[in-house]
Design a protein around this ligand. Structure first.
Ligand SMILES: [Zn+2]
Length: 399
């Protein structure tokens, strides 16, 4: 059955590929049509254009001037865990610094949780994301850090998304404190063998206090040899080798990019590696924001994601990240929306989501607002009125 959504105030379609001669803002390829319509057929976008020229369809939905956008693509989230760290957040806001080792308290809680508890928490967060307009999300392991606990983490993640990331190299667990090399061997050996069948991606936290350049490269190379594609937590807490390693190894994404030097920016520009910015982390840890303007003006491809996790950033809201990107990192509203949709798709190497070109998956959202700009203009307001995934309405009642 075909569905026509008509009388759309602003239809954001996006382009995944660069225009020749893109101006300021580099490769941002935001595109939109006003007074538009869209036809969904068989789970795909069949047609977009001016409402006055829309073809007939089996069912008609009147958007009444509201905006329709691609569903958000959240390319970085840690959703398989137990416990919470609200007290740590409160202490941090009272002046204590964030340290990577805080991950260990979540590791202890996750190891002690049964599958049912982990699954319930994961599904609750996935539903929370969908209600806020996220139609594709990535999900990492990394709070188990034993063969058994990492394997069940990726298996649980695979129940809710195809974009599963093996992050055994999140932090060295306490029992390997005196033998970090032995832990890297485990991550690249038995743990990888157990996890690879459930995962698409391999990731590593390349950071002082976590894994250095050589260890990170070892983990990524082993993962790629097992058929996984690479992504890297890079340059979050200070300058480091993570971004350039990500580019050299051909990773899909270098995530965080909070501390970049000129060579890091040069490496990203023109590479196949997306710079994924996670401004919710800087918000929640009171760190300086990444220099997004420098990346965009240099021509790097930028994605926005939540990094939803119980420690450094416990938001699942892409609209919140868009508002932060506009207000705090000086993205235009168009750049921010592109980064949260098509940028995320690029970071996951997906051509079927993040845009509403003909043939794309019919993953889309309707806002209770006339334009995409309201996502930043009305921060904190739940504007996502309806959500479609693969052509099926999964949240909201739009008409
Ligand atoms: Zn992360």
């Amino acid at each position: 059955m075909s569905v026509l959504i008509t009388n759309v105030g602003e239809l954001v379609t996006n382009q995944l590929e660069p225009d020749a001669g893109a101006g300021r803002g580099g490769p941002c390829r935001f595109a939109a049509v006003t007074r538009a319509a869209l036809v969904i057929d068989d789970g795909r976008v069949a047609w977009t254009g001016p409402a006055s020229r829309a073809p007939a369809a089996d069912q008609v939905i009147d958007a009444a001037g509201r905006a329709v956008l691609p569903g958000f693509v959240d390319s970085h989230a840690h959703l398989v865990f137990a416990g919470e760290r609200g007290a740590e957040f409160a202490a941090r806001m009272a002046g204590q610094p964030y340290r990577a080792g805080g991950i260990r308290s979540t590791v202890a809680a996750t190891r002690n949780a049964d599958d049912g508890l982990l699954r319930d928490n994961l599904r609750r967060l996935a539903a929370e994301m969908r209600a806020q307009g996220t139609t594709t999300f990535e999900c990492k392991s990394g709070y188990g850090l034993t063969v058994r606990d990492e394997e069940r983490s990726v298996a649980l993640a695979a129940e809710v998304t195809p974009e599963v990331t093996y992050l055994g190299a999140h932090v060295v667990p306490p029992e390997f404190e005196r033998d970090p090399g032995g832990y890297v061997d485990l991550v690249c050996g038995a743990m990888l063998a157990a996890c690879a069948p459930h995962a698409r991606w391999v990731d590593v936290f390349c950071e002082r206090g976590a894994f250095g350049r050589d260890e990170a490269q070892t983990v990524l190379v082993a993962g790629m040899a097992a058929g996984l594609e690479a992504r890297v937590h890079a340059n979050q807490l200070g300058p480091g080798p993570g971004v350039q390693l990500a580019v050299q190894i051909g990773a899909a994404s270098a995530d965080h990019c909070t501390y970049l030097d000129g060579a890091d920016v040069d490496a990203l520009v023109g590479s196949g590696t997306v710079a994924t910015l996670l401004p919710g982390v800087e918000f929640s840890t009171r760190q300086p924001y990444p220099d997004a303007r420098r990346l965009l003006d240099a021509g790097a491809t930028v994605a926005l994601a939540t990094d939803c996790n119980p420690g450094s950033c416990f938001t699942s809201s892409m609209p919140f990240c868009i508002a932060l990107a506009v207000r705090e990192m000086h993205l235009t509203t168009q750049e921010a929306v592109w980064a949260a949709t098509a940028g995320g798709a690029r970071a996951l190497r997906r051509a079927d989501v993040g845009h509403l070109g003909a043939g794309a998956r019919a993953d889309l959202i309707m806002l209770d607002a006339p334009s995409h700009a309201y996502l930043a203009y009305r921060p904190g307001v739940p504007l996502v009125a309806a959500v479609w995934q693969g052509g099926e309405r999964v949240a909201g009642s739009s008409a």
